[in-house]
Design a protein around this ligand. Structure first.
Ligand code: DON
Length: 415
């Protein structure tokens, strides 16, 4: 069978209507073929589906910002980076010249002024070349292949980077960084000129959505905590002054770039990317926005859509006569997290004290998150305190180290 997913991507691309203008403030971008159109989707196991002009290469531009932010967070920790760059939506355009009046920090790392300050945080003591290389290799680790700078785009943007230079001087004047503002703008512009295709971008987005592990190379690029911080900031600030509109309509943490790309990462599910150079007035790809709107609507990808409620964590409760009295057996199912573990505890509460055994069958449980694991083990510990011997069937080993508090383990039914 041929997977219908690429056909679906093709159909979504074909259903878009173009409009807007190619970015012209970077002269080289004005040369882009405005008809180009491509999309890619990367899954949690690293499968990449792509459609359209998938071979088209373009500069990453502002879509580099979340990844450079991730590198800065990984290098310094979240608190130190927060001292230099905030996480508040600015409500302003991507190149606005504003610092928070109370603490002189850029509002967030997704607008140019915050991205310039963030770039300066990467290897702050290093030379420009060392910093450039750190950024290039860091973004390459997200993509799973070595990326290179598109020199023509760099040369073209740096010649007219007056606005970004003024932003860098503004941050420098407020002690936002200690390096030469020219050097930082050069490095930031090289960061924006890294060349990618839609497949690279989908893998990069999925790396964030997979808690920092590249699903293709299976290498950890940043910590889960950093990946979560980056996706949070993308959710609130990634789409600039259209962030509210985007979050309500599309609901996927995202970032756009003036080259015409949009990336999005839905935690635990997919990394998405679209490329189409014509932009709307906010600077987002016109067809890119339409594709994301359709993905969200048709593939149920809004982050805040309520997931199926975990109402059936306890599949059955049975009683069997044993020589130790009437044993209660609880068969659980599904992925266990707080809400499902709470149901289990509620059933445990109904077990009266006594010395009859309590058995737990986990053969239909797919996973325990750390909270559910603690909750269920605490429930078992309390049942044992009430006098019950605890029996456990866990053929897949979904509940590692089922220590009941004092180093003792339940009796295994599957041993
Ligand atoms: O700094 C700039 O203006 C560009 N290198 C990147 C801006 C950008 O991609 C804005 N996004 N939509």
């Amino acid at each position: 069978m041929r997977s219908p997913i690429e056909d679906y991507l093709q159909e979504v691309l074909a259903g878009t209507e173009d409009g807007g203008e190619v970015a012209s403030y970077i002269p080289e971008l004005a040369q882009a073929d405005p008809e180009r159109l491509a999309a890619a989707l990367c899954t949690a196991d690293g499968t990449v589906y792509a459609a359209g002009d998938t071979a088209a290469r373009f500069s990453i531009q502002s879509m580099s910002k979340p990844f450079a932010y991730a590198l800065a967070l990984e290098e310094h920790g979240i608190d130190r980076v927060l001292q230099k760059v905030g996480v508040e939506p600015s409500g302003d355009s991507f190149n606005s010249a504003s610092l928070d009046p109370s603490d002189q920090r850029p509002d967030n790392p997704m607008i140019n002024i915050g991205a310039i300050a963030t770039h300066a945080l990467i290897l702050p003591e290093g030379s420009r070349d060392e910093r450039d290389e750190r950024v290039r290799l860091g973004l390459s680790a997200f993509a799973g292949r070595e990326l290179a700078v598109e020199e023509a785009v760099y040369a073209s943007e740096i010649e007219t980077a007056f606005r970004n230079l003024s932003l860098a001087y503004l941050v420098r004047s407020a002690d936002g960084f200690g390096q030469d503002p020219h050097e930082i703008v050069e490095g930031y512009t090289r960061q924006c000129a890294l060349s990618v295709d839609v497949r690279d971008l989908a893998v990069m987005a999925m790396t964030l959505a997979a808690g920092g592990v590249n699903p293709v190379t299976t290498k950890r690029v940043v910590s889960a905590e950093v990946a979560q911080q980056v996706l949070s900031v993308m959710t609130m600030c990634g789409m600039y002054d259209a962030a509210g509109d985007w979050m309500t309509h599309v609901g996927i943490p995202a970032k756009s770039g003036v080259s015409g790309g949009v990336i999005g990462g839905l935690p635990g599910q997919v990394g998405l990317s679209v490329f189409s150079p014509r932009l709307d007035r906010v600077g987002h790809s016109v067809r890119g926005v339409q594709v994301f709107e359709r993905f969200s609507r048709e593939m149920g990808m809004h982050l805040l859509t309520s997931p199926p409620l975990s109402v059936d964590a306890v599949r059955s409760i049975t009683r069997t006569e044993t020589d130790r009295g009437q044993q209660r057996s609880f068969a659980l199912q599904g992925p266990l997290r707080f809400s499902s573990a709470e149901q289990v505890l509620r059933q445990f509460e109904r077990v009266t004290p006594g010395d009859f055994p309590v058995a737990l069958d986990l053969s239909r449980v797919t996973s325990f998150d750390p909270v559910a694991r603690r909750m269920v083990l605490e429930g078992l510990r309390r049942l044992r305190e009430d006098g019950h011997p605890i029996l456990l069937a866990d053929p897949k080993g979904v509940l590692p180290e089922p220590d009941l508090g004092d180093g003792s383990l339940p009796e295994r039914l599957d041993a």
